[in-house]
Design a protein around this ligand. Structure first.
Ligand code: FMN
Length: 222
């Protein structure tokens, strides 16, 4: 049975990335009647930031050659002061492992990703995280435009960062959908880009629909 882990990271409720995510899930469920979705709103229900105990989980993983949850359980059993850090981390890792596809609502914040999502990444990423070969879909919204040939292309540390991160986890099957110029309807200095904003959003919705159907069919290509 297919399983989706859906995380939202926009601080806004009238959010484009949230809208794209809801659309993706609706189409995915249409095509995948038996599929299940685990959802977490990383803004309304934030993951605890990394603290010293969480860092020690990473260090002990390396020192003890940990490769899976059971081995980590044993290490923590011998280090009771880390029980709380592990209790805050283990369920998130389990959710990631259980998912076939990770669906991220990830707006661009200051050329990168929201801190809420970065906090989740920092919390779940242990050296042995067994998630190679999963697929990831990133639904992004950006106030401006960062595509190939644009003046701001070199400022895109959102897609480039996430691609590098997932590649390090041996996840190469990563698809991005960007709705761009979302500031154009509200910011006078971007008024000239309102048509491009509409076109970008329409294209994003179409891509999301097609992608959701493809992911449900298990045929996402990298
Ligand atoms: C804290 C913050 C930082 C932002 N930084 C950028 C940025 O660097 N580049 C950009 O194009 N838009 C930036 N924006 C605009 C958002 O990317 C844009 O509003 C987007 O639509 C937000 O996603 P959402 O609609 O899902 O909330 C920023 C917005 C916020 C709140």
């Amino acid at each position: 049975m297919a399983h989706l882990l859906h995380l939202d990271a926009s601080a806004r409720s009238e959010s484009i990335s949230r809208e794209l995510g809801q659309d993706f899930v609706a189409h995915w469920k249409n095509a995948q009647a038996d599929g299940t979705v685990t959802y977490r709103d990383l803004v309304r229900d934030p993951v605890p930031p990394v603290d010293e105990a969480r860092v020690r989980l990473s260090t002990l993983s390396g020192q003890n050659g940990v490769r899976d949850l059971a081995a980590m359980d044993e290490v923590v059993a011998a280090t009771p002061e880390l029980a709380g850090a592990w209790a805050a981390t283990r369920p998130l890792i389990e959710q990631f492992i259980a998912a076939d596809t990770l669906l991220l609502g990830a707006p661009m914040y200051n050329f990168s990703i929201p801190a809420a999502l970065k906090t989740w990444i920092d919390r779940v990423t242990l050296p042995w995280l067994p998630v190679a070969g999963k697929s990831v879909v990133v639904l992004s919204a950006r106030g401006g435009a960062y595509g190939p040939g644009t003046p701001r292309e070199p400022f895109d540390y959102q897609e480039t960062y996430l691609r590098a991160y997932f590649s390090a986890l041996k996840i190469e099957n990563v698809e991005f959908v960007h709705s761009e110029f979302t500031h154009a309807p509200v910011m006078p200095f971007l008024a000239q880009f309102r048509d491009q904003q509409k076109a970008s959003h329409t294209a994003a919705l179409e891509t999301v629909e097609a992608l959701a159907t493809r992911v449900a069919a298990g045929s996402v290509s990298s």
